[in-house]
Design a protein around this ligand. Structure first.
Ligand code: ADE
Length: 225
C-alpha cells in the first residue's frame, strides 16, 4: 500500500511512521508513506497557500491553486483509490473504516489547516472526508497520522502474528478482554486461574465473557449497534 500525504507542515509527519510496527512494515516493503509539501506547488513568489475568506470572518482558507496543482500532478503518476480530506466535519473514523481502507492500494490524504480548504477542492477532488473525533485539532496532520497508523497495522503481513489484529478491540464490535503476563502473582495480585490451567477452550470462553462484560460496562452503545 502506498499513502501520499499533502501538508503545509511536513515536519509534523516525520516521526510517526518511523518507529515500531510501521517502520518494520516499510522495511519489509509492505507499506510506503510519502509526505508532500503543499508549498512546493504554490505558484506565488511567497509560496502562499492560504488567503482571506470571501464574505469576511476570522481565519484563513487554503487556496485552490496549490491544492489543485498538487493533486493534478500527483494524479498524473498515480491513480488513487480515495482522495481523503481530514476534517472535523467528516465521517467519524472507526475500526470498520480502517479495515476497509487497509484493502486499498493507493491513498492520497489532504491535511487541512487554518479554517480548512476551499470548498471547491472538496467538491471536485475529494472522494472521502474523515474526522477522528468531535474536537478540533490545529491541523489535519495528527489526524492523518492516526488514520495511517490504524490502517498500516492491518495490512496483511505487517503484524508478526497476523491473527492478533482480529482480536483487537472493535473488530467484532466488542472491546478486547484483559491481558496478563508473567509473573503469575505480583504484590499478591493473581492472574485468573483459567489463564494458567492450559485449557484453550476454557480460555476462549473466558475471553469472550470478559469482552462482553467489558463492552456492556464501558461501551453499551457498541452492543446496541
Ligand atoms: N482537523 C482538525 N480537526 C480534525 C479532526 N477532529 N479530525 C480530522 N481532521 C481534523
Amino acid at each position: 500500500m502506498k499513502i501520499d500525504i499533502l501538508t503545509v507542515v511536513p515536519g509534523l509527519l516525520e516521526s510517526p511512521f518511523s518507529h515500531s510496527i510501521l517502520k518494520r512494515a516499510k522495511e519489509k516493503g509492505l507499506f510506503e508513506v510519502n509526505v508532500i509539501n503543499l508549498r512546493d506547488y504554490s505558484t506565488s513568489k511567497q509560496k502562499q497557500v492560504d488567503d482571506y475568506q470571501f464574505g469576511g470572518g476570522a481565519g484563513m482558507v487554503m487556496m485552490c491553486q496549490p491544492l489543485a496543482d498538487a493533486i493534478d500532478k500527483l494524479q498524473e503518476n498515480q491513480k488513487y483509490d480515495e482522495v481523503i480530506y481530514m476534517t472535523p466535519d467528516g465521517s467519524q473514523f472507526n475500526q470498520k473504516l480502517a479495515n476497509r481502507l487497509s484493502l486499498k492500494n493507493n491513498l492520497l490524504i489532504i491535511c487541512g489547516h487554518y479554517k480548512g480548504i476551499d470548498e471547491r477542492i472538496r467538491q471536485h477532488y475529494v472522494t472521502m472526508e474523515i474526522s477522528i473525533g468531535d474536537y478540533v485539532l490545529s491541523g489535519g496532520e495528527l489526524a492523518a497520522a492516526v488514520v495511517v497508523d490504524a490502517i498500516g497495522r492491518l495490512i496483511p503481513g505487517v503484524l508478526s502474528n497476523e491473527t492478533s489484529a482480529l482480536f483487537d478491540s472493535f473488530q467484532d464490535d466488542l472491546l478486547a478482554p484483559p491481558v496478563y503476563t508473567r509473573p503469575a502473582e505480583f504484590k499478591g495480585w493473581k492472574v485468573p486461574d483459567v489463564l494458567l490451567a492450559g485449557d484453550p477452550k476454557k480460555v476462549d470462553e473466558w475471553r469472550t465473557d470478559q469482552s462482553l462484560e467489558r463492552t456492556k460496562e464501558r461501551r453499551p452503545d457498541l452492543l446496541n449497534e
